[in-house]
Ligand binder design. Structure first.
Ligand SMILES: C[S@@+](CC[C@H](N)C(=O)[O-])C[C@H]1O[C@@H](n2cnc3c(N)ncnc32)[C@H](O)[C@@H]1O
Length: 226
């Protein structure tokens, strides 16, 4: 898989920062998981599980022995939750990962999901088709100074629905959710964005003046993205 993980960065450190600063996407992920109405004993594959907070949350609902989290970044994968069952899952969970896959990877991923799901199994995709300002603005700055590769491969909800339908999936629910991203300070905004998008933070900070980021903050110092 082509991925964002091909640069020369300290991925262990990034994973730690991601885990520490990512309460927002976990909260959004929990709302997403609740749509699945999971019950004890259902088997769940969390693909692109990151540092595993949402995997653990899911495990509390279905049982730890029933969840398998995988991630291409070995610093993130949650090894203690690993249980290799025969890739015949009840549900496959995909929280904030689909937009990291290029077109070919998306097709490959969906084809594999068809093969590994049990009859009646469900595929749940929570994907971004855009980022609110000022996150989008910071990403543009990071690409401009070569502190990150160009942003992921966004695709809208109706396009994802069509791809799934073509492979024979029945769409059970499809929704657009609107979120507010709130950061207490410019520092925490920068830390979250860098850890989430694999931005080289030291390179970014040395090439982008902090004053440029300060314009994103409100009077109380917080940064809000809608
Ligand atoms: C924003 S994080 C989301 C992690 C987790 N699902 C969560 O909700 O916290 C995106 C994850 O996608 C993974 N990823 C990046 N490129 C990928 C690819 N090509 N295939 C699968 N996963 C990928 C990253 O390693 C990262 O852990």
């Amino acid at each position: 898989m082509a991925s964002a993980l091909t640069g020369q960065q300290d991925y262990k450190c990034i994973a730690e920062k991601y885990s520490k600063n990512n309460a927002i996407q976990i909260k959004l992920g929990q709302q997403f998981v609740s749509l699945l109405e999971l019950g004890y004993g259902q088997k769940v594959l969390d693909m692109g599980c990151g540092t595993g907070e949402l995997t653990a949350y899911t495990a509390n609902q279905v049982g730890f022995e029933n969840v398998f989290g995988v991630d291409p970044d070995p610093n993130r994968e949650v090894t203690e939750l690993k249980l290799l069952f025969k890739l015949r899952e009840t549900s496959v969970l995909h929280n904030f990962v689909f937009h990291w896959l290029n077109t070919h990877e998306k097709e490959e991923y969906l084809n594999r999901a068809v093969k590994c799901l049990k009859p009646g199994g469900r595929l749940a995709i929570h994907s971004a088709d855009d980022w609110p300002q000022p996150i989008a603005a910071l990403l543009e700055m990071a690409v401009a100074v070569s502190a990150m590769k160009p942003a992921p491969y966004f695709v809208g909800r109706t396009a994802v629905d069509s791809m799934c339908k073509e492979l024979g999936f029945k769409i059970l629910t499809s929704e657009t959710l609107f979120y507010e991203y709130k950061f207490a300070s410019v520092e925490s905004f920068l830390a979250w964005t860098c850890a989430t998008f694999y931005i080289d933070e030291s390179k970014f900070s040395s090439l982008v003046e902090k004053e440029r980021l300060m314009k994103f903050s409100d009077k109380d110092g917080s940064v809000i993205g809608k």
